[in-house]
Write a protein that binds this ligand. Sequence first.
Ligand code: MN
Length: 428
Amino acid sequence: MATPNAKSWLTVEADSDFSLQNIPFGIFSTPTSLPRVASRVGDYVIDLATLAELGYFNSVHELEDKSVFNESCLNGFIFQGPRAWKAVRARVAELFSHGNEELVGNADHLREIVFHYIDVEMHMPIRVGDYTDFYSSIEHATNVGKMFRDPENALLPNWRHLPVAYHGRSSSIVVSGAEIPRPMGQSLPKDEQQPVFGPSKSLDFELEMAFVVGTDTRLGQRLKAETAEEAIFGMMIFNDLSARDIQKWEYVPLGPFLGKSFGSVVSPWVVTLDALEPFRTQGPAQQPEPLPYLRTSGPRNFDIELEVWLQPEETPATKVCHSNTKHLYWNMAQQLAHHTSNGCNLRVGDLCASGTISGPTPDSFGSLLELTWGGQKPIAMQDGSQRRFLEDNDTVVMRAYAQKDGLRVGFGDCAVKILPAESDEFLS
Ligand code: MN
């Protein structure tokens, strides 16, 4: 893999998420090509399918099936296993490293392989099998517990003993750039006895990161927390859009359903754990100590800066919060160990989201519910307007990047525009 200081012969700005040390994976198409596997360096999208066709991966024996780059999702490539992921990233970094002559002088090949990101369309990178949403931020769980239940007993008794989660909907997970209509639903207005049905009045984002499962496990197989990270391919930004009014009325006793399933959004690039390795950090101390099957040692969190920007139509965006994945109480290895602790099998392409990542300070809360404290403290926007919750035609942009000693590895934007609720005329 590219050494920490290696530079590319492609231009990479200092603040680019896509240094030569990143080499993420995604799915792209051009006006003349079908969706296929890509990587990215700086502002340039690199067609891995064409690189393979032209023989540039012939030396990469770890990649047994070189046709996987022609697929419209990453699942086939992921199925090739961690040795293939590592070898492909190393080869791409090598081809685009300063001083490598294989590709740089071949104008015909470059025209077929390297595209400016403006000229391509990005697609959903994963065919998501099952999707699980955890609830792993102690700050978020405490804030929500205070607002929805009891300020004195904000955390339920199980919270510090296991990574709480629910099973979510995978069909409505879409890639950055999507437009999602405001959900309709049933809610109980404040101080009313009877519920009503209509467009959600408290639509929210949830700032999360998700990881992609990189291996199949069999029924009954339990992953050890200590080694469970080996079953992870990489991470993406995840916006778990949430209709708070629908959620609040429906969630007892079986958890979230229609308040969450109308749409979630991921960033187009999956960043591998290998690329994030330099940014490992110790997680918060866990008190009480978890049961043995959930114990991990060493630095298991990642120091990834997170930002949320809110952009009303045709006005400047306002940064509404910044947080960091290092705050998560339960790490990904513990989440996977818990997920498989009953023998539930995993499949390549399953997605596990972290839950809203809130930090300790009010400007680091990862949802409008917390930032405005249930709508009581509206946020001032750059254009002079205020927000309690999302309004029609608002765009939410999430960013995530790790940065240290001149090295930057990021995820690109995860953006979604909220459209007005669809009228009954379109019911079918
Ligand atoms: Mn969530």
